[in-house]
Write a protein that binds this ligand. Structure first.
Ligand code: GZL
Length: 323
């Protein structure tokens, strides 16, 4: 039975989706459905996979009213731009975009504007004129960085040397999480020194690699690691253990997202804090798309709510986590 359901779901998903590199079949114009093109970044983290699953699951459950064309850009901006152009050709009602980096979008978004198609930025922003997009649905990344800094200050009692694993170079979320964290550390915790800060591109393997090089350079001087997402810190935890040190104790960890893996690490005493960043944005996204199709004006920023989770409640929280 499960197998049949799985096949049915795959068929439903395949009915409305385009995949990588922006290739997309013609849309059923005039079907009365809300036709949405979404140019996703890729599959760089557990958080991203959860967001993709949220969008595809929601569309598959509303197949009578929503036609989702989904493109996976494999972390390449040129693939997102190609996908956006294919959505224009298809004549979709709304285009969703999670901009992999902040810059380089003006030309293609001007083409979208000339085609009269509204744009929703999801989970990351682009540095473009306000006239080129209708709304941004996502978190306050500066606040996330600030909250992470306060947690690091508490864990180290305001004193110690740390390293920082940055997200994708040029991504709005990485810029803001860095600014929020570094400024708060400088202002509120002058006894904490950031020894090194380097991009791990939001993925686990690179996070491990960068932490290995930090450990080679600074060794046991390092008392804490801040990661712009959980996946990079999960990689760093592997490196810390392979260096014979105890993650969560010799080197405390603070990261952002709230994926299941970091709750498991906290429950095992190997991680300390995660600042939640909610990826389950499909309901807000499709509601905003429907409102735009109906000609409504939206707030410029639709904020997602999130909490802060610590090791002392991780085992209890774990069963409730949805991603
Ligand atoms: C946040 C999102 C970030 C996640 C990372 O809104 O853009 O991208 O924090 C993901 O895990 O790679």
């Amino acid at each position: 039975m499960k197998k049949i359901l799985g096949i049915l779901l795959c068929l439903a998903l395949a009915a409305g989706f385009a995949f990588a590199n922006g290739s997309a079949e013609k849309t059923e114009t005039g079907s009365g459905k809300l036709v949405v093109g979404f140019a996703q970044i890729g599959q760089e983290s557990g958080w991203r996979d959860a967001e993709t699953a949220s969008l595809q699951w929601y569309a598959s459950r509303n197949i009578d009213t929503i036609e989702l064309h989904f493109a996976d850009a494999q972390q390449k901006q040129e693939n997102q731009i190609k996908a956006i152009r294919s959505f224009i050709d298809m004549g979709v009602d709304v285009i969703g975009l999670a901009p992999v980096v902040e810059t380089g979008w003006d030309a293609v978004l001007m083409e979208v504007k000339e085609a009269g198609i509204p744009v929703i930025f999801l989970d990351r922003e682009a540095d473009v004129d306000d006239s080129l997009y209708a709304t941004f649905i996502g978190s306050d990344f500066i606040l996330e960085g600030q909250n992470a800094a306060v947690e690091m200050g508490r864990l180290l009692n305001g004193k110690g040397k740390i390293v920082e694993l940055e997200g994708t170079v040029g991504a709005s979320v990485a810029n803001d999480r860095k600014a929020g964290f570094d400024d708060t550390i400088a202002k509120q915790f002058p006894g904490i020194e950031i020894l090194g800060s380097q991009t791990g591109d939001f993925n686990r393997a690179k996070g491990k690699e960068v932490m290995e090089s930090f450990l080679k350079t600074y060794g046991s001087e390092i008392k804490g690691v801040y990661g712009h997402n959980d996946d990079m810190v999960l990689g760093a935890i592997e490196a810390i253990k392979e260096a014979g040190l105890k993650p969560g104790k010799d080197i405390v960890t603070v990261s952002i997202d709230g994926v299941k893996g970091v709750f498991e690490a906290m429950a095992a005493g190997e991680a300390n804090v995660t600042v939640e960043c909610n990826p389950l944005l499909a309901p807000q996204f499709f509601q905003a798309a429907a409102d735009l199709k109906a000609g409504k004006t939206l707030p410029r920023w639709i904020k997602s709510d999130e909490g802060i989770y610590r090791a002392d409640t991780a085992a209890k929280d774990l069963p409730t986590r949805q991603y």
